[in-house]
Design a protein. Structure first.
Length: 326
């Protein structure tokens, strides 16, 4: 293994190993310009490894980022052992598994579904909302009706494991705020930069365990759980969605990159903003990952324990431990 590769493996971000040149943006601000590393993928938590593998196959064939992110997270949605996404997700307090997802392409088009029940692939429904309707977001019964009309089969999403945990929760003191890194361990968010230089992103989740019926988190909210701007970069979020929504977290990360911050620094500054807007920040987890237009990536969170999967033209698919505020 080359020295450079070893360094990348132990680094939070590849930013520091790629030569950067300060130059002037049109607005006069200094921005960083550097070697473009593409294709590139970054995704949340260890379920990201499998998702990246599927996405990489598409990017490796010169495929489009939008197809890669959809294909990647569909695998997570179909995995019954993952209890925070798709089949197997922990239910709300009534025992219903409800799914939130959104997707965004290089043109800035976006689609989203929220509070969707009994459908295996909310991310594909979100893409159909984006591509086949004049709308951005469908929720609840309307989203389900749309999914059924588009040929998605109706299925049971509640596994025995999640049902048993819910029944145990019913017999407990019934706390709604989930255990950090366990009951909100969490959204899969996947960002891709393809060989054409285009960015897309997807995120999908069953949301917070034991939530109030009707609750929608950050994941289907464009700008909160996901944002992509093909001129700048993309970001996606994980953790307690209410805190991410309050800070419009992923839009903020992208705007911070637009101002010249690296992907890593932008995630750190966004976590600081979340902290400043949420007095209870020590009790919650929020994490961001980001991928810039030039393949620079980063991630940061409040609590230790968050990690993310990265694969780039320079780096084999692997987990990176996120830096954390605590
Ligand atoms: N971040 C997922 C949720 O809060 O629903």
């Amino acid at each position: 293994m080359s020295d450079r590769r070893k360094f990348l493996k132990s680094s939070v971000s590849a930013v520091s190993v790629i030569p950067m040149i300060a130059c002037k943006a049109e607005n006069g601000n200094s921005v960083l310009s550097q070697e473009v590393v593409k294709p590139a993928l970054i995704s949340t938590w260890n379920h990201g490894i499998v998702a990246n593998n599927a996405a990489w196959k598409i990017l490796g064939d010169n495929g489009k980022a939008i197809d890669a992110v959809e294909a990647g997270v569909r695998l997570t949605e179909s995995d019954p052992t993952g209890q925070s996404v798709g089949i197997g997700g922990r239910p709300d307090m009534n025992g219903d598994v409800t799914l939130d997802a959104c997707i965004m392409n290089e043109k800035g088009d976006c689609g989203s579904v929220a509070y969707l029940k009994n459908i295996e692939h909310p991310i594909s429904v979100a893409r159909q909302v984006m591509e086949e309707t004049p709308h951005v977001m469908l929720v609840g019964d309307g989203a389900k009706q749309f999914a059924l009309e588009k040929g998605h089969p109706e299925i049971n999403l509640l596994t025995d494991q999640s049902k048993q945990e819910w029944q145990k929760w019913l017999e407990s003191e019934r706390k709604v705020l989930p255990k950090i890194n366990v009951e909100n361990h969490d959204t899969i968010g996947l960002l891709a930069l393809d060989s054409h230089g285009d960015l897309s992103g997807a995120c999908t989740t069953s949301g917070a365990a034991w939530k109030l019926p009707g609750r929608v988190g950050d994941s289907p909210i464009i700008g909160a759980g996901l944002y992509v701007d093909n001129e700048v970069g993309g970001a996606t979020a994980t953790g307690w969605g209410e805190a991410v929504i309050r800070a419009v977290g992923c839009f903020l990360v992208v705007e911070l990159m637009r101002q010249g911050n690296s992907a890593q620094r932008a995630c750190e500054l966004a976590v600081e903003r979340v902290i400043s807007k949420n007095p209870d920040w020590r009790e919650i987890q929020v994490g961001f990952i980001a991928l810039s237009k030039d393949g620079n990536y980063g991630g940061y969170c409040i609590q230790p324990g968050f990690d993310y999967a990265v694969q780039t033209a320079n780096l084999d698919n692997q987990m990176i431990k996120s830096g954390s505020r605590i």
